[in-house]
Design a protein around this ligand. Sequence first.
Ligand SMILES: Nc1nc2c(ncn2[C@@H]2O[C@H](COP(=O)(O)OP(=O)(O)OP(=O)(O)O)[C@@H](O)[C@H]2O)c(=O)[nH]1
Ligand SMILES: [Mg+2]
Length: 426
Amino acid sequence: MDNSVPHNEKVLLIGLNTGQDDYDYSMVELRKLAKANNMEVVGRIDQPLDEPNAATYFGSGKVKQLHDLVQTTGVTTVIANDELSPSQLKNLTDQIGVRIIDRTALILEIFAQRAKTKEAKLQVQIAQLQYRLPRLHTASNQVLDQQTGAGAGFANRGSGETQIELDRRVIQRQISHLRQELKNVQRSEQVKRSQRDKSSIPTAALVGYTNAGKSTIMNELLSRFGLVKDKQVFTKDMLFATLDTSVRQLTLPDQKRFLLSDTVGFVSKLPTHLIEAFKSTLQEAAKADLLVQVIDYSDPHRDEMIKTTERTLSEIGIENIPMIYVFNKADKVDETDYPTMEGDSRVIISAKNPESIDFLAKTIKNKLFSDYVQADLLVPFADGQVVSYLNEHTNILDTDYQTDGTRLKVELSPEDLQRLSKYEVQ
Ligand SMILES: Nc1nc2c(ncn2[C@@H]2O[C@H](COP(=O)(O)OP(=O)(O)OP(=O)(O)O)[C@@H](O)[C@H]2O)c(=O)[nH]1
Ligand SMILES: [Mg+2]
């Protein structure tokens, strides 16, 4: 036996091509998702159809072809590119005889594997139960039939329905219990969040397609501009390496500070329940002053990835926040000049290149602090605490000790200037 071959589950992909532009890309993505779930894709069947067959997703001829291919390849799972209705799922399972899952269930399985923090685990569990709720009859009926040894008799139907009703209530109770637990876990996070809200430090949020390099950029910025005690975030070459949100403070050489958050990556057709469950995690992005969309410049599907990210952001309700586009991994694209800027919101960089990281930091700074102003202040010696504040929070361009106090030329936020206006020298 060849031990070098991993014993992964063998799967078949099925997709319905209704003529949508991004069909091929969505199938490429489905393959990547299967791989991320340790599955080995051994085949794929596509059917061009105007709309899915309401009963079986594929038309009857294709279902037959699928059945035969499952037999000859010995696959144990079939994955549909679209979310299947409860009855499509049941009918297909009955006719094909192996496990059928859809894109949503696959994404949920990956998230369940990746979730590490208590918060992420609870969020995924809730989304999984919500997904199962309308699909109970597909699994539990079969289990019930097996338990009772009964066929499809009338007597069984009544007890089956009661059983489903019971299961449904159990799951609903589990969901509300988990929601409560999630609320408790999030309470402590909320305290941190509201403290940050009060701090009035500008914030930027890294967003984008999964595996684009968001966490790598976060770490590189941290190691140059972060606090020594700050922990690095997890990065890896796999889909959905990050499921929770991390926020770190960065201080640039001219004392300008901002908060940067790193969060879960996107993929097309992210399950609604998952988006719902992750909404609070994504609050950091919702409140940001600037979105930093990271894109894998070396991926041929990068334009579709940008569309996916923007569609997901608007589904979460994140709109009208200024954005810069960071085309990352330029080192993987031959004959590319980097770091460079195209127009006033597109940057081409490589996270692995220190010069790129400085360039990106400067670009973020220019966007976040564009309303900062220069002012000339004279602070009497008695108000020493004001000078300390300025030292810590603003960029001091010049200091001069005069007989009536400290004269400073500073760069500061309009809010700070307003508060300190009595010291301003006109
Ligand atoms: N060659 C190259 N690889 C990079 C660059 N930036 C990131 N990577 C690699 O890309 C992979 C994914 O990086 P991550 O930072 O984990 O990506 P992410 O966007 O946080 O992904 P998710 O958390 O899954 O959304 C890792 O293997 C990184 O080492 C880059 O500029 N050049
Ligand atoms: Mg990440």
